[in-house]
Design a protein around this ligand. Structure first.
Ligand SMILES: Nc1ncnc2c1ncn2[C@@H]1O[C@H](COP(=O)(O)OP(=O)(O)OP(=O)(O)O)[C@@H](O)[C@H]1O
Ligand SMILES: [Mg+2]
Length: 307
């Protein structure tokens, strides 16, 4: 039975007349222990989709179901690693993670909780910066704190909203491996939002593209049947990987093509080569009644206007 389900979910934000319809007819079913990745363009509604699962926003249509119950608000069982980190600025790295851990594991001895906090700080390579506040960290470091906090909360479903976007390639691949390891070892269910198709295929069981908004909806899913553990270098040479990648990219690129409005307009360009009239004096011109010959050189050019 599905752990998480979207049933005909739509989301419209109020804006002027008719509102801004961001998501339409989203249908998705995520099984316990599954790793599902959603890829899409910026602004298509990915964060909105995550917010609906997290219970931070309510759908305008349809229902989001978690463990047989409609989602009605946030809960630690559905922890989010936010795209914008969302760290408390007055708390240190340690403080930000400890706050979440102490709330969720309030029944555990403080030594166990403290160990848990240190474990996740170490996992994201921030032990040396454990006492720094967010303002004293780089963007990538903040992102790692947010990831450590999400993982330390041990949620049933981990909602990752582009959690690695601000990281350099090396840290990014280390944390991709960590996410994969945690998912496998701790039998988590993961919903990953990413704009990186390769990352989605490397990590997920299923990759689903989100169409280009407005009124974005989920496109055809791609099942990633590559053996685990997956080796990112070897994968690049695997024809199955290439086929999946092309399938997803083709869908996303086709969306872009569809959204282009092509308008053909006449564009009158001036004659580039001025007529030589030096041999004609004004009287000759009056006699011959010869006007400029430029009209023959006027071109018509189609102009493409891209929305
Ligand atoms: N609270 C809100 N009120 C009004 N409009 C909103 C709100 N949140 C998001 N939107 C609009 O919904 C659309 C989708 O936003 P969303 O943040 O979900 O996109 P995204 O796919 O996560 O983009 P990105 O990849 O850049 O993070 C945008 O047009 C945005 O302006
Ligand atoms: Mg977003």
């Amino acid at each position: 039975m599905a752990l998480l389900e979207f049933r005909n979910v739509g989301k419209t934000f109020p804006s002027g007349r008719g509102g801004n319809e961001v998501l339409r007819e989203i249908n998705l079913s995520v099984e316990p222990g599954e790793f599902v990745a959603i890829v899409g363009y910026s602004g298509s509604g990915k964060t909105t989709l995550i917010n609906l699962v997290a219970g931070l926003q309510k759908p305008s249509a349809g229902t989001v179901i978690f463990r047989d119950h409609p989602v009605s608000g946030p809960a630690p069982e559905r922890a989010v690693v936010f795209q914008n980190y969302s760290l408390l600025p007055w708390l240190s790295v340690h403080g930000n993670i400890a706050l979440a851990v102490d709330q969720i594991f309030a029944d555990q001895p403080s030594a166990v909780r403290a160990q848990r906090v240190e474990h996740y700080i170490g996992m994201v390579g921030l032990s040396h910066a454990r006492d720094r506040r967010p303002a004293q960290l780089s963007g990538g470091m903040r992102q790692r704190v947010a990831l450590a906090r999400g993982l330390a909360m041990n949620p049933e479903v981990l909602l990752l909203d582009e959690p690695l976007g601000a990281l350099d390639a090396l840290t990014r691949s280390t944390l991709q491996d960590e996410i994969c390891r945690i998912w496998q070892e701790e039998k988590k269910t993961v919903l990953l939002i990413t704009n990186d198709v390769d990352e989605a295929i490397l990590l997920a069981d299923r990759v689903i593209p989100l169409s280009l908004g407005p009124a974005a909806t989920l496109g055809p899913e791609v099942r990633v049947d590559l053996e685990r553990p997956r080796d990112r270098t070897a994968m690049n040479h695997d024809p199955r990987f290439r086929a999946m990648r092309i399938q997803i990219l083709d869908y996303l690129l086709a969306q872009r093509e569809e959204s282009r409005a092509i308008i053909h307009q006449r564009l009158f360009l001036p004659a580039l080569k001025p007529e030589d009239i030096t041999h004609l004096n004004l009287f000759d011109r009056w006699l011959t009644r010869r006007g400029p010959r430029r009209r023959a050189e006027i071109h018509q050019e189609p102009v493409e206007i891209i929305r």
